[in-house]
Design a binder for this molecule. Structure first.
Ligand code: MRU
Length: 376
């Protein structure tokens, strides 16, 4: 993705690996859109913390981070004892896997790295293979997103008004994005359309990340309050919904995504608006049999009880807050607590289609046509 920072336009990836220094380099997403900086995770534990603390977020982006984290952990091992190395790799795998529970992409990515490592005999060979496999995963994610764009672009015509939820953009992947891929491809093809970004409380990834991306890309867009989508749908102002996913069940077509996705799917059904989910293949969970069994991350209640932003206009002269500085403001009464599930599960019958790198599938076709998907 091209980003203009201090007047210079440059291409960036959300996640990269500095092999010489054995460091995972990440765009620091918690500070966007106000500051564009990088975080360097110096070891696999720091990489896991960066995922947990949402310096990097979005299922495919945390998958690439976890894959690089495996390579980083492998690289840091000293010695030639294969058994000790295998134990160390298990530890790295578990630390990265436990950072965030709902997205299946990090697990799929790390399993790919681990499977590739089996072809190496010595520790040294396995270390080199782990890095190559992580790079392969990251590059494949970019290819998958580009293919999602090519398949999904036909859904966006001149004048289409698209609603998206959370950030399934290039910041949520290595590059391009999933839900945004058809948007960017349609733009490339010269189409004129408009995007509504749900603000996506409590962390506001729609307002802070998707809107920033679309602004960088010159796509016509507006941020709406999460509660506004029903009203706009009722007035005929939304034609299409495209969202991403953290885990889509291959057996049932159920879709786990950012909290509030289910609400939008119900509303879309009520108003006869097509509801699409855009995913790379790493987002498919072929094992789980019921959406109810997807682990749903429960996050800290301060996210709901307040909000982060930059100080725009301190209300009193004595305020310690400085204009332009990032600050947390408490919204709720100080004695109230909150419940904060991070994701929900949308039933397959509410999903019009799943845009994959292979093509657009009905949710129940994923399982029937799994050989096309797995064999890709
Ligand atoms: O909590 P987040 O910001 O990691 O949630 C991200 C989402 O819900 C995205 O829609 C999902 O990861 C798909 S990203 C292509």
């Amino acid at each position: 993705m091209q980003v203009t920072v201090r007047g210079r336009r440059r291409h960036y990836r959300t996640v990269t690996f500095d092999a010489k220094a054995n460091v995972v380099e990440l765009i620091e997403q918690r500070l966007l859109p106000h500051e564009f900086t990088f975080f360097r995770a110096e070891n696999f534990r720091e990489t896991a913390l960066a995922i947990r603390d949402m310096i990097v977020r979005g299922a495919p982006a945390i998958a690439a981070t976890a894959a690089y984290g495996m390579a980083q952990g492998a690289q840091a091992f000293r010695g030639r004892d294969s058994k000790k190395f295998a134990r160390h790799i298990n530890l790295v795998f578990e630390a990265l896997k436990n950072a965030r529970p709902t997205a299946v992409d990090p697990v799929n990515a790390m399993l790919q790295v681990r499977a590739a490592m089996k072809s190496g005999e010595t520790v040294e060979e396995q270390q080199a293979i782990a890095l190559a496999a992580a790079e392969h995963f990251a590059n494949e994610d970019v290819e998958h997103c580009a293919a999602i764009g090519r398949h999904g672009a036909k859904l966006i015509k001149n004048g289409t008004r698209v609603l998206t939820h959370c950030n399934a953009g290039w910041l949520a992947t290595v590059d391009i994005g999933t839900a945004t891929a058809p948007i960017y491809e349609a733009q490339k093809r010269g189409r004129k359309f408009h995007v509504f970004c749900d603000e996506t409380r409590p962390r506001c990834q729609g307002a802070s990340l998707t809107a920033w991306e679309l602004a960088q890309q010159g796509v016509s867009h507006q941020v709406i309050a999460d509660n506004a989508a029903g009203h706009l749908m009722q007035r005929g102002e939304i034609d299409l919904v495209i969202v991403g996913s953290d885990r889509t069940l291959g057996r049932t077509g159920e879709v786990a995504n950012k909290i509030g996705t289910y609400t939008k799917a119900v509303l879309a059904k009520r108003h006869g608006i097509p509801f699409y989910v855009a995913i790379p293949l790493s987002t498919i969970d072929w094992n789980l049999k019921r959406g109810f069994d997807i682990p749903i991350e429960e996050r800290a209640d301060h996210e709901v009880l307040g909000a982060w932003g930059v100080v725009d206009n301190p209300s009193t002269k004595n305020s310690k807050a400085k204009v332009g500085k990032r600050a947390y403001v408490r919204i709720a009464n100080s004695t109230s607590t909150a419940r904060n599930p991070g994701f929900d599960v949308t039933p397959a019958e509410l999903v019009t289609g799943i845009i994959t790198p292979v093509g657009i599938f009905k949710p129940d076709e994923l399982w029937k046509r799994r050989m096309e998907l797995i064999g890709m």
